[in-house]
Write a protein that binds this ligand. Structure first.
Ligand SMILES: [Zn+2]
Length: 293
């Protein structure tokens, strides 16, 4: 749950807005299927700008779903791909992420519902920082990232093969080029959360909870007008949105280049924020973003 996105919020060319409106009749983006070594991620757009994800271990055909707010879409994907859904990974308790849990628990008897907050519906497995478990052969590591909500968990997933890229589901903590609102926490907590995420390997794929990339990049350009990476990512993202395609995933390495909240220790961001240190910069630019149009 963050600032609602409507086509008119986009400041890109008007023809792009029209295409987005057309797309939103059905969904805000098309579904996409990404294959990694022994692991599949299927992007399932939901609601106005949310993303759910079906995560599949190809070796065992076992699957988990991240933030399954629209259960019908999830169950259709499970059927289409003929996988065995055993697990729900809930990033946080907001209804647009956890709102489908009860229904899914009814439809899929025995499904385990993971999360880090007692407010999460149908929770069966409460996790903490560094709780580790398997989905098939995939290894899931829980990263406690409180701030947007006090029980927010990001899920870092790797395969047993050495040297293969991991993926991280970041919910409403890390967005492409942005971060979630501080509903229940403070700047120090978000700074810590970003430090944890920033310590993952640079080639880790980032799958976040909302399609907010273009609005976030607009703010990134305001914070760092001469950052070439922001300009490049904006052009790429505009093209993706014209085609109705998701902008996820990015990588941790990419985020370090253009995400102002990942860059609060960098001189241009500190200067823009009028801050003496990174936490102060985090606080100041999030406050600024809260009212940024
Ligand atoms: Zn939220």
């Amino acid at each position: 749950m963050d600032k609602p996105v409507t086509a008119k919020n986009f400041t890109i060319k008007s023809n792009i807005s029209l295409i987005l409106v057309r797309n939103q009749r059905e969904s805000h983006s098309c579904q996409e299927h990404h294959q990694y070594a022994n692991m599949d991620v299927k992007i399932l757009p939901a609601l106005k700008d949310n993303y759910m994800y079906l995560l599949v271990d190809r070796a065992t055909n076992e699957a988990a779903v991240v933030d399954p707010v629209e259960t019908k879409t999830v169950l259709q994907a499970v059927q289409d791909h003929q996988v065995k859904l055993t697990t729900v990974l809930t990033t946080h308790h907001h209804w647009d992420h956890a709102g489908g849990n009860e229904e899914l628990a009814k439809q899929v008897p025995g499904i385990e519902i993971y999360g880090g907050d007692d407010r999460i519906g149908a929770l069966t497995k409460k996790v903490e920082h560094n709780t580790i478990f398997n989905v098939g052969n995939l290894l899931v590591q829980c990263l406690f990232t409180p701030c947007h909500t006090m029980g927010h968990i990001c899920y870092y997933v790797t395969t047993p093969e050495e040297g293969s890229d991991g993926v991280v589901f970041t919910g409403d903590t890390l967005f492409l080029a942005g971060c979630g609102r501080f509903f229940e926490g403070n700047a120090e907590q978000m700074y810590n959360a970003f430090s944890i995420l920033g310590s993952l390997p640079d080639n880790t794929k980032v799958y976040c909870g909302h399609e907010y990339t273009l609005q976030n990049l607009k703010f990134a350009a305001y914070v760092e007008p001469s950052n070439e990476e922001v300009i490049k990512k904006t052009a790429w993202s505009e093209q993706r949105r014209v085609e109705g395609k998701p902008t996820v995933p990015s990588t941790i390495g990419e985020e370090k280049k253009y995400n102002p909240f990942m860059r609060v220790s960098e001189l241009p961001v500190l200067k823009h924020a009028g801050a003496q240190n990174a936490i102060q910069a985090m606080r100041n630019i999030r406050l600024e973003k809260d009212s940024f149009q």
